[in-house]
Design a protein around this ligand. Sequence first.
Ligand code: FAD
Length: 407
Amino acid sequence: MNRDSWTETDPPTVGVVGGGAVGVTAAADLAARGADVTLFDRGELASGSSGRAAGVLYDAYAEDVDAALAARAMDRFRTFDRTLPGFSFTACPYVIAVREGDPDADAVPEMVERMREHGREVSVVDPDALGERFPLRTDDLAVAAVAEGAGWCDPASYVGAIGDRARREGVRIETGTPVAFDGPVASRLRVGGSVRSFDAVVLAAGAHTGRLLASGGVRVPIKPYRVQALTSRPPYDGPMTYDATAGAYFRPHPTGLLAGDGTEPVEADPDEYDRTADDWFREDVSAVLAERADYVPEVERSWAGLCTATPDGDPLVGPVGAPSAGVFVAAGWQGHGFMRAPAMGEHVAEGVVASLSAGSDVRAGSRSARSPWVDAFDPNRFDGDEEFEIREGMSVESRGEHGSRKH
Ligand SMILES: Cc1cc2nc3c(=O)[nH]c(=O)nc-3n(C[C@H](O)[C@H](O)[C@H](O)COP(=O)(O)OP(=O)(O)OC[C@H]3O[C@@H](n4cnc5c(N)ncnc54)[C@H](O)[C@@H]3O)c2cc1C
């Protein structure tokens, strides 16, 4: 299908698999661009990782593409706060704190410099000055940074509100509907007892992405892993804080405070993983809260969910499978999928529209000058059988290690 031939009575059909933050955003943005969209989720909207996310949002990225996408995502969160019924965004600075003796401390000034080069409002702050500005304990810190353009929201509300917007744009949402490829990866989906064909399929199936593609004969290196969070009752009105040395973060929350991390760096089974939080996580995070914020938690709720890792920490976004398959994947967010969803969903929508418009050369992922896709996220950059270790995505090491990549 060529865009020139699109008419209101004959729009391209797109099937979106996955009703998390990425899938609903892509579906709404595709429909807003004239596509005839059906979104499938095996459960309810936000029943995957998006409904379990902490809602920490920031634009503090050191790479050019990441920083641009994060800036766009934050802009959209702010706009949706004003325009989208049922969604609200709360601005709140984000502190990265590194303790004395942590070798990552040396990397922070350069990392912050790169964030600033990309226009992000992030500064290195002397620990004493940090302690004067915020109710945090800072006497054991080697270095800290503050990202001013950050904030938080309730992730399930985002998915619900964008889902409503998608419906208003004409998207048909079929929940309780697991789908599979009907043979090799192609834009034909098995839905219940029937097969439905689309001009394009967007696979935003979160932790199930690897399995779904493998069932259609395409192997990509993507591993789900468990992370954990809790909410606590006593009020907290300080900044969002990531204690990078302890590997834990916390933020204000309507019930009092939300804290998280508890990364278990082993591959998890997306159908069988333990959804309850571990005792060690509650104990470790309680110790960090006491040390960093003089806060004694009364746990209201705690849980575990899945993030997805790739060998290089970058996501898989773009065309996948055979050149003419018409299948586009968006997954592998390394703990940052929710905060980037408004931009990644839009990027996917624009990429799919451009690919359908341009015909096979872009759809094939041929990386021509006309390709709308980001090279660093090309799903075909791996063989698919790579051995790799899961690394926590928020760490200074993970964020600071790439070179200054360009689109
Ligand atoms: C405890 C925790 C805290 C987190 N905190 C943050 C944070 O603060 N900020 C941040 O940016 N990220 C955070 N994350 C990561 C974030 O949750 C994910 O990166 C993001 O939600 C991924 O969104 P998604 O739409 O790609 O996937 P998901 O939300 O997992 O959506 C995928 C959907 O696909 C559906 N699906 C799967 N297979 C099929 C099938 N065969 N047929 C139909 N439907 C199918 C699933 O039911 C699911 O609803 C956190 C994660 C956890 C677990």
